[in-house]
Every structure is written in structure tokens, then in C-alpha cells.
Design a protein around this ligand. Sequence first.
Ligand SMILES: Cc1cc2nc3c(=O)[nH]c(=O)nc-3n(C[C@H](O)[C@H](O)[C@H](O)COP(=O)(O)OP(=O)(O)OC[C@H]3O[C@@H](n4cnc5c(N)ncnc54)[C@H](O)[C@@H]3O)c2cc1C
Length: 398
Amino acid sequence: MKLDFSDTALAFQHASPADLRRARLLFGVLASPTLVSVGKSLSLWALKWRLPVKGLIRATVFRQFCGGETVAESRPAIQRLWNAKVGSILDYSVEGQTTDAAFDQTVEVALQTLALAAHEPGLSLGVFKMTGIAPHELLERLSSGRELAPHEAEQLQKVRARIRRMAHFAAKSGRSLMIDAEETWIQGAIDQLAREAMMEFNTDRVVVMTTIQCYRVGRQDQLRADLDHAAEHGYCYGVKLVRGAYMEKERERAASMGYPSPIQPDKAHTDAEYDACLRLMLEAVGTPEQPGRVGIVVGTHNEESTRQAAEWLVARGWNPHEAPVWFAQLYGMSDFISFVLAHHGFRVAKYLPFGPIANVMPYLLRRAEENTSVAGQTGRELMMLRKETARRGSATRK
Ligand SMILES: Cc1cc2nc3c(=O)[nH]c(=O)nc-3n(C[C@H](O)[C@H](O)[C@H](O)COP(=O)(O)OP(=O)(O)OC[C@H]3O[C@@H](n4cnc5c(N)ncnc54)[C@H](O)[C@@H]3O)c2cc1C
């Protein structure tokens, strides 16, 4: 099988001329670090002072990278993607909450999104962020290995109950639930809670999935240890493999606090770590005759990593649609990968963030920063968008 990620007619089949124009303009702006930096400061300042900028944000970055402010608003995007057999992973992207009421609200919304899957095809995967359901300080404390104060132990029990509610619902409704990875100083706690949930719910199949960020040093060792632990304790292991989204923040913190950066020294090392982890997991997937007790989400926009995984599966005799491997990209990015994979029968889904505009700003800012700081990503998007515009132009002239 030859995957042609440059087939823009396939990749942009769902995009109207206005969609293409908007995306070109937006990625053009994102390509300028100065414009992104000024835009970031201005929008945060304007939102803080309640200036009327929501309309502008909604028509630009929000429209490109988010489904809507509510589940209902996101349904047209879900349906549009599913017309091309691309699934959606509804992601309630509200971060930095602090109260029990807000954490419980995140759980309610996650349950709603899982329930929607009963009526809406293409919603097999759910996701949540631990910081959406747990206090940051608690996760930091737990990660540090220090003893919890009584009120923190109580908070932890509430967090466990929230995870259980969501995992139980996912188990019952035949879905899988991914837990996102976040900053290293809270990730120890997230890993621990994810492992507990996998041990409890992954007895027969992968219900809960953890996330490994390959921009961190030592992830192959962690993955091997995770796989050994699952085998030893008899549960199925599910993991989303990503490169990692908090690189600048991680490096700045390490430098300012004087500890060695947990991040790989350069992009080449991150890529090598990603591909090594991916191979480890693909080996664990096995063959259709002898499948392993694992599931993977290949969470990347990297063409080479994607191609490697897809070709490996086919070479091992998997029917792409039956392999326990999902490919996932973020909504608004790398449609040229998602739609081509879906066309060839692979399981593909887009992270579709939604939530009130002011609350999804951290997510949008990460996307904006990523698209300027990541050499090549914006370039690739722009190249594909220009190619498709030119193709449509010449098709009309013919
Ligand atoms: C479905 C999905 C789910 C995701 N979930 C999470 C999550 O739970 N947690 C999370 O943190 N991120 C998550 N991400 C974001 C992800 O970590 C990346 O930021 C993003 O996908 C870009 O990486 P890439 O593999 O797509 O592309 P590429 O363009 O190949 O790689 C870019 C990435 O390489 C790394 N990198 C770039 N420059 C350097 C350098 N100089 N040194 C070392 N490393 C470098 C960074 O991680 C950067 O983001 C998710 C992404 C997707 C698609």
C-alpha cells in the first residue's frame, strides 16, 4: 500500500473555497512569531478586560481549531468529518479549573460526550485532562512523592471517583477513554492514576489509555516498564503516543529552577524516541493471528511516523480497520494525513476541542505557538492549502 499524503483533492474534499481561504490566511499569520506574540498578548489582555474580541477569535483561530462552544455546536463538524469516515474525539478543553463544582462539571460534560456516541457514529474515543478534574497543587504534591495532608487525601478520593465514573461509562458503552499527558511536574500523579484505572477497567479490553510524551528523555524505558507491569498484572495496556506540547515551558522551568531539562536535546532525538516507542508498541500489537493485549493511538502530524505505523500494520497482515491502532490528529491540522488514512481504511479520528472561548484560550495559544515554533508544520499546511487552491483553479479553467 502506498500512502500519498500529497493528494490534496482527497485531503480537502470537505473544505469550501471560503474554508481554504480562511485557513491560508490563518496559517500565514501563524507563520510569523512576531504576529503570534503580539496577538497572544492582545487577546489575553482584551479578554481579561472583557473587550469585545470574542467575535474575532471565534471567526479565526477558534473556527479553525475548535468544534464550537458546546457539544451541540460541534455536531456539524463531527458529521462533516464522519462523511469521510474520520472520527472525532470530543475534547472539553477547559483547563486550569480550581473548584469541585468545576471538576464535576468537566466529568458531566465528558459523560455527555460519551453518551452522544450512541447517536453519532465516529465517536469511539473519549478524552480528558487530569487538570480538568483535579487541583493542580494536588497533582504536583502527589508527583513529588511527599505525604498528602488529610484534606488532600480527601481530594484524591474525589478525583479517583471522577475517573471511575467516566471509565465505567466508557466500559459500559464500548468506548475507550484517553488521559492526556501534561507538564512533567504533575505527570507522575497522572501516570499513577492512569495506571490504577487501567488495572481496574482494562481486564478484557482497552478501556482506559494513558499518554506518553516522547520529547521526554527515557520514554522507551518507561514504556517497557509499563508493558511489563500490564503483563505481570494481567491487564490490557493502552497508550497514546505523542511528541509533547509543553517544550518551551519545560525548558524554561528547568533552567530557572536549576535542574536538568527533562526534554530531549533536539528534534532528531525526539523523533528517534517517538519512532522507537512506536515500534515497541507495534510489536506488542502482534498479528491478526496472535494479537497482543494492547491498543495504540498514534497521535501525530508527522508523516514519517504515520507512514511507518500504517505500513507496519499492513505488512503484518492486518486489515487496517481491524488493527487495534488509531491514528489521531488535531482538528484544523494535517487533514492531508487524516483523510488519506481514512480513505485507505485506517481508523482515524481528530481531537475536536470545544468549550467557552475564554476557557479554551490555553489550548488555542498552544496551537498558535506550536505552529510558529515547530519548523515545518505551518509550512506543510500552507503548501498543501496552496496546492489545493491551485488545483481547484486549474480544474475550473479546464
Ligand atoms: C491526537 C493528539 C493528541 C495529543 N495529546 C497530547 C497530550 O496528551 N499531551 C501533550 O503534551 N501533547 C499532546 N499532543 C500534541 C503533541 O504532543 C505535539 O505537540 C504535536 O502533535 C506536534 O508533534 P507531531 O508529532 O505532530 O509533529 P512534528 O512536527 O514531527 O513534531 C513537533 C514536536 O517535536 C518536538 N520538538 C520540536 N522541536 C524540538 C526540539 N528542538 N527538541 C526536542 N523536541 C522538539 C515537540 O514535541 C514538538 O511539538 C497531541 C497531539 C495529537 C495529534
